[in-house]
Design a protein around this ligand. Structure first.
Ligand SMILES: Nc1ncnc2c1ncn2[C@@H]1O[C@H](COP(=O)(O)OP(=O)(O)OP(=O)(O)O)[C@@H](O)[C@H]1O
Length: 271
């Protein structure tokens, strides 16, 4: 399906049609079709190797597609560079945390803001007054974003000294600092214990609700997906296998088969 969100009368923020990606002989994405409505919190799930991360890499411009279309906010963005899509309002986090561990939290968040509002490389390095002004605005804004994630008190701490769950939140803060309309979260619960995972799920839900963000959540933690997502897209072998509410997905025989088939090979099971 691509039409269910539209039936609810909401405008499409992102439409993906016939998206393909080959790596040599490997068809990582066979034919991806997906429509995400503005304001949704959707889950993108699927067995290991089904193409979820590849989809994120194509959406954000890390890889160029081998074919197909990506329309974001009414513009064709397939083949754009990551910074072009960031300027259009896409932000993402990665499966493995990618922070500057030996820098303070606030500097990590400011990186996201520099990408969007910075004075530019030379004015910053040469400390022109314009750069200083924009630098102080950036720090002010970084503190506001940290406040949203209850991390303002840790602004001056080195990332390396934060618990793992808080490091994830710093990643979120850095993504939020770019003021995205679409946030792509790639397995945010990876490496977390059940308590941290539950807290993170609540944080994602809150960001969705309070900031009106559209979020696509790639996750293997089925409890988080089933609790917080309104709609779920299931990928299998580079395509969408099924789409529906958490209840519909849990009962879908095709989904159960896709997961059980893979579980025999040691992958995660649904529900
Ligand atoms: N850079 C690459 N070069 C070659 N093959 C790749 C590359 N990236 C992904 N693939 C292959 O593409 C397929 C889809 O991988 P992808 O990482 O997108 O799946 P995934 O659903 O995100 O898996 P996981 O849940 O394990 O993270 C896999 O067969 C993978 O081996």
């Amino acid at each position: 399906m691509t039409g269910r969100a539209m039936e609810a009368g909401r405008e499409a923020l992102l439409t993906v049609a016939g998206l393909k990606k080959n790596f040599g002989g490997v068809k990582a994405l066979e034919k991806l079709d997906l429509t995400i409505a503005s304001g949704e919190l959707v889950g993108l799930i699927g067995p290991n190797g089904s193409g979820k991360t590849t989809a994120f890499n194509l959406l954000t411009g890390v890889f160029k597609p081998s074919g197909g279309r990506i329309v974001f906010r009414g513009q064709e963005v397939a083949g754009n560079r990551p910074e072009q899509n960031a300027r259009l309002g896409m932000a993402r986090t990665f499966q493995n945390i990618r922070l500057f561990r030996d820098l303070p939290v606030i500097d990590n968040v400011a990186v996201g803001l520099h990408m969007r509002h910075g004075a530019g490389f030379w004015p910053t390095v040469l400390r022109f007054p314009t750069a200083a002004r924009s630098e102080s605005k950036i720090r002010e804004r970084a503190l506001e974003v940290l406040e949203i994630l209850d991390l303002r008190d840790r602004a001056g701490d080195l990332v390396a000294n934060l618990p793992y769950g808080d490091q994830r939140k710093v990643e979120f803060a850095r993504a939020l600092a770019t003021e995205p309309v679409l946030l792509l979260l790639d397995e945010p619960s990876a490496g977390m214990n059940p308590h941290e995972t539950a807290e993170l799920g609540a944080t994602i839900s809150r960001l969705h609700r309070e900031l009106g963000l559209t979020i696509i959540l790639v996750e293997h933690d089925m409890k988080m997906i089933m609790t917080h997502c309104q709609r779920i897209h299931v990928m299998h072998q580079g395509r969408i296998l099924a789409e529906g509410s958490p209840m519909e997905i849990q009962r879908d025989p095709r989904v159960i088969e896709a997961y059980l088939g893979r579980r025999r090979e040691g992958a995660h099971a649904v529900a």
